[in-house]
Ligand binder design. Sequence first.
Ligand code: CAA
Length: 396
Amino acid sequence: MEFALTAEHEQIREAAYKFGQNVIVPSVGELDRQHTSDPETLKKLGEAGLLGLGIPAKWGGTDTDYISVGIACEELERADSTARVVMSVHVGLHCMTMMQWGTEEQCAKWLPDLATGKKIGAFGLTEPNAGSDAASMKTTARREGDEYVLNGEKTWISLADYADQFLVIARLAETDAKAPYAAFIVERDRPGFSSRAIKGKLGVRAGNTGQIFFDNVRIPASNMIGQEGDGFKVAMSALDHGRYTVAAGAVGIITACMDACCKYVNERSVQGEVIGKKQLVQQMIAKMARGRDIGRLLYYQVGWMKNTGKRHTREVSMAKWVNCEAAFEAANNAVEIHGAYGYCDEFPVERYFRNSRGAMIYEGTHEIHTIMQAEYALGYREDKPIARTLPTFPFA
Ligand code: CAA
């Protein structure tokens, strides 16, 4: 068993940290206050090479492993959740799922532009009446000759207004098959496609989230990822990747809370001593350190399982569940430590509090992961090997 990160991992951590602190942090407070996202961030993430992490060089990527993706997510979310969300949907849900389920031709066609940030990818599973119960989605795909025709809508779609293409899961129309779903790449410029931003979110306010609509959108049959009937498995394996990035990012929120709190408690004095000397404050800081260290072990393990091609649905659910809870606890305690200052946006911790709450809902609610873990423990659920895995690392 090897616990050390490689020199390359450390370089990626340093690069992502600097990107977050130099590019994201200076403007995020104002963007968040204005509920505005900056599409330039996507371009800059691409230019910095971060959108090519975890993608083989033959498809335009940086030929780095999946642990690198997690490390970048951690450091980006240390700056702001919105930067990590881009990694989650573009690298995790879109590119890695294409690498798992797409053909060689499909990967060669789409990944080079995605890995360099020339094109941005997103993911469409959730619908107004299909969230946790993903299998009740209503969006349909009807085969007509060499095309599929999509109708329906998806909601809570990160980068809805910015992405160039979406990995969309739809129900195959006019079939009684047991698994009547398929996954498709739908490009934004297809006639009948439209998007609309969701306003008034509690958190992730500097990020774009919205709805996407399909009104008789025609796509070539060659845009199908996997086969007819694979759609639900494609969706679930996309979540294996997305949840990984969320779990890693949650550690970044904890670190950001520690950054802010360790500074504040050494400056703020009560009764003649800095509050860092108060044991009740120390207890909250210690819990943050606990969450950070446990969280890293959990997501590094999942990264290793991805590298070695092992199924990791249970482990990634655990990492996402534990880390997001720990991040919310850390952010809540960070507000507590800052007192009234924690309740206004003069300090960043109220933003961490709002952002960390969202991660307990998206990519599987707190309740979904609780139930999944109970079902694994009770033997009601087990992870069987699956036919299609990510390319293992080192890449061929
Ligand atoms: N990889 C590959 N195949 C998988 C899989 C995985 N990770 N997970 C399940 N499957 C397969 C199973 O093996 C099974 O195949 P067979 O029928 O051949 O045995 C099939 O898929 C059905 O699996 P389950 O029996 O596990 O399905 P279920 O109905 O019990 O799943 C659930 C229930 C786990 C709760 C699932 O519905 C779920 O995860 N719900 C939460 C959905 C979610 O997280 N939504 C948030 C999306 S985030 C978003 O959309 C916003 C954004 O852009 C960020």
